[in-house]
Write a protein that binds this ligand. Sequence first.
Ligand SMILES: Cc1cc2nc3c(=O)[nH]c(=O)nc-3n(C[C@H](O)[C@H](O)[C@H](O)COP(=O)(O)O)c2cc1C
Length: 164
Amino acid sequence: MKTTDILKKRRSVRRYTDKPISRDILEDIVDCGRLAPSGNNAQPWHFLVVTKKEELKFISDKVTYGKFIKDAAACVIVFCEKSNRHHLEDGAAATENMIIAAASYGIGTCWVAGYNRTYEEGIKEHFRVPENLRMISIISMGYPAEEPHKQKKNLKEVLHWESF
Ligand SMILES: Cc1cc2nc3c(=O)[nH]c(=O)nc-3n(C[C@H](O)[C@H](O)[C@H](O)COP(=O)(O)O)c2cc1C
């Protein structure tokens, strides 16, 4: 499928089948995150892949709007060095890269909020994440058991040529 078709078709998936995602595919998805653009090419990120059921349950119990994580095949948690002034944008760019890479493998994802959340410290402590890293996002992943059709704004509502 063309990249533009993948981008237009993608929607957040919160229900997954039991099929596991192979380690090779997970690694390739993270590889696509690693290659995202970043301010000054700082690449301030680290990616934590979680596949164990009990750990997925731990994360789902911690987050506010992501109880479905316990039924995912995996999740990737994105961390960025907090000393980097673009850490939020850089982490977001890597997150989106991985979401699109996953979609290209037919894997559904949902971006679960991770930045500035009360549960950041609990998750960092549990996974022994170094103090200098901020949590940016949690991406749940799994083969889709639903095909959501979320409504989007029309192009005309948001596109402005040359000036508003
Ligand atoms: C920064 C950010 C935080 C999000 N946090 C959550 C979340 O905590 N839980 C959740 O279920 N979805 C979360 N989402 C997914 C959005 O709800 C979803 O992208 C939006 O409703 C649009 O739907 P779509 O992804 O299907 O296009 C988040 C998305 C972004 C970009």
